[in-house]
Design a protein around this ligand. Structure first.
Ligand SMILES: [Fe+2]
Length: 249
């Protein structure tokens, strides 16, 4: 494998974020968005060099079990309780190019829907063998993969009876801070998705469907784990438009 950490960094400006595709900052159905959303109209500023560049990550910073949530917090010889799954996909930019060397971090509740966090109050049990977070780096084709257990749904204080569908949180660092994406993945066929007030802030049904990972039967490991495929698209760079120009021309 080529050494991704030595790639030449790209420095061109990024496309503007499509604010009609992403959910609005102010969404009254999602109560905590009301106080933390901007009160005034947004201003558009050119990207600075600190936004169009970013840290470069290498495989050397990743531990052996960082992409295995079934085992990375488990006692030796034990494993997390739950339905064993593989989550994998590609990180691409808006021009369809793979984003190599991206840091993909993920965190989730356990199989009962409980997070291992001191402020977590849900009555579902803690799994002593499950921490609920991990990370990996995309390869030269933009591919990532990790093993985990399917998280449970959990209730949260918003309306009288609101629940989050089973989901995995993602943070992706691409090739510039302006490209950073934080999102959530949902599971194919889960009826809870369409009852969730947070999902409901997304204006376009097609955008919601992009967050739902289909069951990937072809990558299931018999007698072990089912697979879900989740591709992620980061902002593209304007400079890529000119990339087919030969150097020196
Ligand atoms: Fe969550």
């Amino acid at each position: 494998m080529s050494d991704i950490s030595n790639r030449k960094p790209e420095t061109g400006a990024f496309f503007a974020r499509d604010r009609a595709w992403h959910p609005p900052a102010y969404a009254p159905g999602y109560k905590t968005s009301v106080l933390r959303s901007p009160q005034r109209a947004l201003l558009s500023l050119d990207s600075t060099i600190s936004e169009i560049t970013g840290p470069v990550f290498g495989h050397s910073m990743i531990g052996e079990l960082d992409n295995d949530l079934i085992h990375n917090f488990a006692r030796p010889g034990e494993s997390a309780i739950g339905e064993r799954i593989i989550v994998h996909g590609r990180v691409l930019d808006e021009r369809g190019r793979p984003v190599s060397g991206a840091l993909v971090e993920f965190w989730q509740a356990n199989a009962g829907g409980r997070y291992r966090h001191k402020k977590e109050t849900y009555l579902a049990a803690i799994d002593p063998n499950f921490g609920g977070c991990g990370r990996c780096i995309t390869d030269e084709y933009g591919q990532y993969s990790f093993r985990t257990i399917r998280p449970g749904a959990y209730p949260w204080p918003n309306g009288v009876n609101d629940w989050r569908p089973a989901h995995i949180h993602f943070s992706i660092f691409g090739h510039g801070f302006a490209q950073r994406l934080i999102t959530q993945m949902y599971f194919d066929g889960d009826p809870m998705i369409w009852k969730c007030p947070i999902v409901g802030t997304i204006p376009d049904k097609a955008a919601i469907e992009q967050l739902i990972a289909p069951l990937d039967w072809g990558n299931t490991i018999p007698m072990d784990a089912r697979a879900y495929k989740f591709d992620i698209v980061l902002r593209g760079r304007r400079s890529i438009l000119f990339e087919n120009r030969l150097e020196g021309n």
